[in-house]
Design a protein around this ligand. Structure first.
Ligand code: C2E
Ligand code: CA
Ligand code: CA
Length: 751
């Protein structure tokens, strides 16, 4: 049964109960102390000695059971001392007589109320905990102890024969029945608890018998006391080692609660008993023995509970600071280490990439093996450098190295290599390369004084981001003013962009795409343009990247699509059977309802779908069977053309070309630039153009800047070109003139 773990603090009614109890104890004990001081000379040495013995046992017990936590020891010593002191006092004033006072009735009332309260609480907890049967044992134990104490109280006060006695005896009977019944239930369900439960039941029933017979047949009562003693011993000997407390978050709070009751109530009952004892003593050897056994049982119980709590706490605190998969320390531990750094250190955050491939293909278990291997390699490398390794997220490690970032970056190539080596150590995973990028930040001993101890984490994250987006950085970046400035710029761009998109301030320009052989414009590519009041003109390369980081790209893309279509429509582009191409980001494609938006826009302007081309990058197709792929298929079924943008820069994994509906390949301008250079550029482009032609795809060569490039493209039989040779992107009012224009077709290819 799942219950939220409660904090260890007491609830309101526990507070109230404690307050009431303390008040009662005060009311009872104050006059007693006065009375007791008058009767000190009556004290019996033997009983005093017995009391001292109990004191020693109860004080020592928690020490024996609780090795470790100091606060635990202190708490248990305190409560045990209370008990022990109670016993001593009980022994010290057995013969004191203070005459008839209404006091015993009060004692009765308080004692019975306490008893009922405990039984109720424990029953309730046992019910709430559901499957936690051991709680019933706890309940039973407390009920037994309390029944014994209250019976003792009745016996000593001589309340036999009148209405009080009848009432209290019935209550004792009731509780003892409950104890006996729960013991039977437990014994049936948990074989291992059988003897302990039998002992518990026996003690309860015998206590009950004693309570009923004490007044009229003392011999029967004595036998019953003996039996109760045997039952108590059985319980003591056979109860499970370590107590009945389960390990785990819920159990520890329950245990703590029971412990609180155990500390408070018996101690209070004991004081009560002292009170009554002082009023009207009745000494009985067997009774004292049983009484003592009950105290020892409860003290042992208490100590066992305490030890279980202690162990659970240790386990929990270990778990709280460690990552179960790799055994490394976790983010919490790292945050702790950053709170009070004792020297200058470098915090390195390492992000592992490529793990998804391993997990997707070989399964989660192999992916975890690779992570474990990476963790082991890291630790092996970092420990000799006097550094510490942490796992902070699924695919992120952190390393704290001594010294400033300038000093520690020289270790970074080895640290990164340690991660990359991991797949080679896992059978079958070697063919999937795994890489790491790192962000480094400085950790200063003065960090705490400066305020935020998590600042290095933030800085390292920013540096990591910088390393990720700049492949030229060889895999790591150190946090600096420049990184901070970049981050600040990104935030500013994001903020301004959000309002620009909301207010419709993103404009669209149109770049003609020209047929190489006829020189006519056959298509326009819509390109987003943004002039911001504060930031000036921002390149789409920058703001599209920012938009993609923040989901803003969905609104941005839809805005551009609507504006491009409506502007082109108004300018007569579609009437001239000239097409429109719009860039679509992967994030946009994955957003729900994208295909629906396209359909709605097309039907709104009554435009034939084949006139709209959606330009996507290859990354969309890397993950086969992804939702994005399904959307692409749906768009193609609508009739839209699908273009692969920037072809030749990314993975150039041709596999998707026959799997998916693709109509256009746009050759990236970096390849175009290589056409006239020294290297293999020309052969590569030739191969791509041939491939496209053979597959029946249209080729668009991007970034055509010179006649020479255009001529080469034409000689390769590439169909369409786009670039500054023809025109840069134009504003909407120049679309019409572009439509009418016929670009000169240069003569033959160079060579
Ligand atoms: P892209 O889709 O590859 O767009 C072509 C880019 O090449 C445009 O840059 C264009 O101005 C530039 N260009 C055109 N002819 C030439 C040439 O002859 N030489 C050179 N060197 N460059 C040329 P722009 O407009 O700065 O856009 C950059 C990128 O921003 C685009 O690359 C595209 O990925 C993205 N982008 C632009 N508008 C949008 C949009 O509305 N949505 C999305 N998702 N991305 C967009
Ligand atoms: Ca494009
Ligand atoms: Ca492109």
């Amino acid at each position: 049964m799942d219950r939220p773990v409660e904090p260890l603090a007491m609830t309101f009614h526990q507070h109230a109960w404690r307050a009431a109890l303390s008040a009662a104890v005060l009311v009872v004990s104050a006059p007693l102390l006065v009375a007791a001081s008058e009767h000190w000379h009556d004290g019996r040495p033997v009983l005093l000695a017995t009391g001292l013995g109990w004191l020693a046992v109860t004080v020592l017990m928690p020490f024996l059971a609780l090795k470790g936590t100091r606060s635990g020891v202190v708490r248990f010593t305190a409560s045990a001392t209370l008990w022990g002191a109670g016993t001593v006092l009980a022994g010290a004033f057995p013969t004191a007589t203070v005459g008839p006072v209404p006091f015993p009735h009060l004692a009765h009332a308080v004692s019975l109320a306490g008893l009922a309260y405990i039984a109720f609480q424990q029953l309730r907890h046992a019910r709430v905990a559901g499957d936690d049967q051991p709680l019933l044992v706890e309940a039973s134990l407390f009920a037994t102890v309390m029944a014994a104490l209250s019976w003792d109280v009745f016996g000593r006060t001589g309340h036999v024969g009148d209405g009080w006695w009848q009432a209290s005896a019935s209550l004792v009977v009731l509780i003892a029945s409950f104890v006996a019944a729960s013991a039977v239930v437990l014994a049936v369900e948990h074989g291992a608890l059988r003897l302990a439960c039998f002992g518990l039941g026996l003690a309860a029933v015998a206590t009950e018998v004693t309570a009923v017979t004490a007044a009229h047949s003392p011999r029967a009562a004595d036998v019953a006391v003996l039996l109760a003693l045997v039952g108590g011993l059985l319980l003591l000997v056979f109860q499970p080692r370590g107590g009945f407390v389960r390990h785990g978050g819920v159990a520890v709070t329950q245990a703590a609660r029971r412990l609180r009751l155990a500390v408070t109530l018996p101690g209070a009952a004991m004081l009560l008993d002292i009170a009554v004892n002082t009023v009207d003593p009745r000494v009985d050897g067997l009774l004292s023995a049983y009484y003592g056994a009950a105290i020892v049982a409860a003290a042992v119980r208490q100590a066992a509970t305490a030890r279980a709590i202690d162990r659970t706490r240790q386990t929990l605190s270990f778990q709280a600071q460690h990552d179960p998969l790799t055994g490394l320390q976790n983010r919490t531990a790292l945050a702790d280490a950053l709170v009070e750094p004792d020297r200058t250190q470098s915090l390195v955050i390492l992000e592992v990439s490529g793990l998804d491939d391993v997990t997707d293909v070989l399964g989660v278990a192999v992916g975890e093996d690779v992570l474990r291997a990476a963790a082991a390699n890291l630790r092996e490398h970092v420990t000799p450098l006097d550094g510490t390794t942490y796992r902070v997220r699924h695919d992120e490690f952190a390393v704290l190295l001594p010294g400033s970032p300038d000093e520690s970056v020289r270790h970074l190539p080895h640290v990164l290599a340690a991660v990359s080596a991991a797949p080679l150590q896992v059978p079958g995973a070697g063919r999937f390369p795994v890489a790491a990028v790192a962000g480094v930040a400085r950790v200063d001993p003065g960090a705490r004084a400066a305020g935020d101890a998590t600042l290095p984490l933030v800085h390292a994250d920013l540096a990591l981001r910088d390393a990720r987006s700049n492949p030229g950085l060889l895999g790591w970046s150190v946090y600096s003013g420049a990184v901070a400035a970049q981050h600040a710029r990104r935030l500013l761009v994001r903020e301004r962009l959000a309002s620009a998109v909301a207010e419709g301030c993103i404009d669209v320009h149109f770049q003609p795409i020209v047929d190489f052989t006829t020189g006519r414009v056959v298509k326009f590519e819509a390109l987003a343009r943004w002039d911001d009041r504060e930031l000036g003109r921002v390149s789409p390369v920058e703001f599209v990247a920012v938009a993609e980081e923040s989901n803003l790209v969905v609104a941005l893309g839809e805005h551009v699509l609507r504006r491009a279509v409506s502007t082109a429509h108004a300018a007569g582009v579609f009437d001239a059977e000239v097409r429109l191409a719009v860039n679509v980001s992967v994030v946009q494609l994955q957003s729900p309802g994208f295909a629906e938006v396209v359909r709605e826009i097309l039907s709104g302007y009554r435009i034939s779908a084949h006139l709209l081309t959606l330009e996507l990058t290859e990354s969309v197709f890397l993950d086969s069977d992804s939702p994005a792929e399904r959307v692409v298929t749906e768009l193609a079924r609508l009739g839209c053309q699908i273009a692969i943008d920037d072809f030749g820069t990314g993975y150039s994994a041709f596999g998707y070309l026959d799997r998916l509906p693709v109509h256009v390949l746009k050759i990236d301008r970096s390849l175009t630039q290589s056409l006239t250079g020294e290297g293999n550029g020309r052969s590569v482009v030739t191969a791509v153009v041939d491939l496209a032609n053979n597959l029946g795809l249209t080729v668009v060569v991007e970034g055509v800047e010179t006649d020479e490039e255009a001529a080469i493209c034409r000689s390769m039989r590439a169909g369409l070109g786009q670039g500054w040779l023809y025109s840069a992107a134009v504003t909407s009012d120049r679309i019409i003139s572009e439509l009418e224009r016929e670009y000169p077709v240069s003569p033959e290819a160079v060579r």
